[in-house]
Structures are given as C-alpha cells and as structure tokens.
Design a protein around this ligand. Sequence first.
Ligand code: SMG
Ligand code: MG
Length: 370
Amino acid sequence: MKLTAAELLQVRMPLVAPFETSFGVQHDRDVLLLRVELDGQAGWGECVTLPDPVYSPEFNDAAATVLREFLVPAVAGAPSLTAPRVGAVLQRFKGHRMAKAALEMAVLDAELRVAGMSLADYLGAVHDRVPSGVSVGIQPSIPALLEVVGGYLDSGYVRIKLKIKPGWDIEPVRAVRERFGDIPLQVDANTAYTLADARHLARLDEFGLLLIEQPLEDEDLTQHADLARQLRTPVCLDESVTSPKAAADAIRLGACSVVNIKAGRVGGYLEARRVHDVCAAAGVPVWCGGMVETGLGRAANMALAALPGFTLPGDTSASDRFYRRDIITEPFVLDDGHIAVPTGPGLGVEVDEDALAAVTVHRETVPLPR
Ligand code: SMG
Ligand code: MG
C-alpha cells in the first residue's frame, strides 16, 4: 500500500471540568489529529502532545511541523507501506515519538480496515473488556476532592489515581483513605519531587497505595532507584520510560517495579507492545496510561490495555470523564467498572463528522512529494 493523502487537524475540545496536574491546569484539550489515506482507505491518528512542552519536550505545533515537514513525506515515499515499516522509515529522525506514534496509528487504522482486522486482534489482545481506573486532578480543597472521588466510585471506576504535588499529597491521600476505606488507590506526581523529598514521600507508605507514579524527573533513573529503596510504596515510571530499552534499564536498575505504558510516549502502539513484552519478561506489571485522548486515541488504548501483561487497571476512563461530546459516533461508556474493547476493523470506532467539525479550529492538507 501507499500513503496517498494526509491531513492535519487541530481540534479544541472543552473539558467537563478543569484538569489540574503538578505542571498546570487544562480547561480544554487542544488535540492534533492526523487523517491519512492508504490507497484511498482513510485512517486516523491522534497525537498526544499538549500545547506546551510541560509533560514531555514535544508540543502540538512542533509535532505538526515535524509531521508536515519530515515524517509524512518520508512515509509517503515508502513503496509498500505497512505499519511495522513506519517505525523503520522514521528511525533516522531523532525523538518526536508522539508525532511518530500518531502517524503509525493512522497507518495501522487504514491498513487494518483494509484487512478487516481489529487493532486489538492485531496487537494480541486477550480480553474483550478492560477494567477502568480514573485519574483525579488536583482539587481546590479536600471536601471538593472527596466529592469528586465519591462521584467516580459511584459511577463504578475500579481504581482511583490522585494527582499530587508538594503541598497536595499526604493530606488528600489520608482524607480519601479515611472516607472511602480500602479502595485501590495510587498517586501520580508528574516529576514534582526530588530525592531530598524521600522522607516526606515515605509518609505515604502507611496508606497502602498501589504505587507512586513518576515522583522524580524523567532522567533521574538512578535517583528513582535510590528512592525506591527508601519507600514501601512501589515506584511506577511514566515520563522516564520512552522506549523498550529505557524500560529494561529502569527495571535492571531497580528504578521501578511497575510501568505505565503510553503509546505516544514510546513512539507508537507497536513499540508500546515491545515495552509490554520487556516488562512481562521481567515479571513487571504494566498498566495503560492516558493523555486525555479523544475517542480515537481512547479506542487504541483499549486495544493495548487488553494485552495479557496489563494486570493493573489503566487510566482508561469513559469518554464522559473528560468530554460532554466525543468525536466518535459511539462514545466509550463504563459498564460494571469496565470498558469494552472495540472489535471492528482498525480502531473499531467511527468519527462523528458533525462533532468533529464543531471542534475543529484548523484543518490542512499535507503536501506529499511526487
Ligand atoms: O487520560 O485519563 C487520562 C489522563 C490520565 O493522569 C493522566 N495522565 O501523567 O499520567 C499522566 C497524566 C498526563 C496527562 S496530562 C494531559
Ligand atoms: Mg503519569
């Protein structure tokens, strides 16, 4: 097959409520989408970059530029294109994993639609539904937090993750434990601490958390290993794990005993599966992270989360966790704490063109080399 067309779309999706993490507050999700055609068959990719380089070095405008100028033209030049070839063709370009992942996702979608195979089957999924956790942003007060967490538990979410930062850590966790008892609970710091905070973070040990996610800077693998030795709470890495090799290194060093897998962060769903394989071989449990995706990225995440090594609930919440109106025709819904893995060809979801048009702020055709 050959890549015969490509479009970049910038959409702005209003969030049902502001989402605050240690690095900032989001009121809307500005998403970069990519639509390609392989011999006329459409496929959709979602780029998980944010507007600013605050979660990772990538950001939306940089991703759009590198896709337009380098990645899409390189892939368009490939004669017999398949999804596994995308990574090989793009290997000479350094970094920009989220942008590469978006392009690979779009090619996967188109290719699998032609083949009549679901992404879940292609990746090797073994479950038809996945347990759903929810990520709870930093709240203005403890009563507000308890109300929000109570609402998610009432909806059926099977695991709660609290975003933490210095000044919003021990007390919120204590309050949630006191109010809701022994629920599956974990925290995510998004790199907000340093090793000097080890004694402070050890105060979380008494709460029996499933894990603490990415307490220290992305590149601090040895420091995470030092920290892990001082905590009873298992350390999980997110931002630090940018490849299968990074996962292997982190595990070997003792920097983590759990891994959050996000396809965008590691350069695509195929690379994400390799991270899963590395972790499975080492006996390290993994779970599927989220980047506040639209229904498109969410669909692909459900397929990934259905692989056998994903033994912990992921940030795989329903569409209405973030969006009043998703851009797919059948939004993801929570059923008994689980989300159904799409079974149709490709991503297994269809774009709601009206909903998409309503949130699209820019749409451009990417010129292809002749
Ligand atoms: O999609 O449910 C979701 C969000 C999950 O907390 C979440 N993601 O570091 O794990 C993480 C954060 C990064 C998201 S910032 C947009
Ligand atoms: Mg995280």
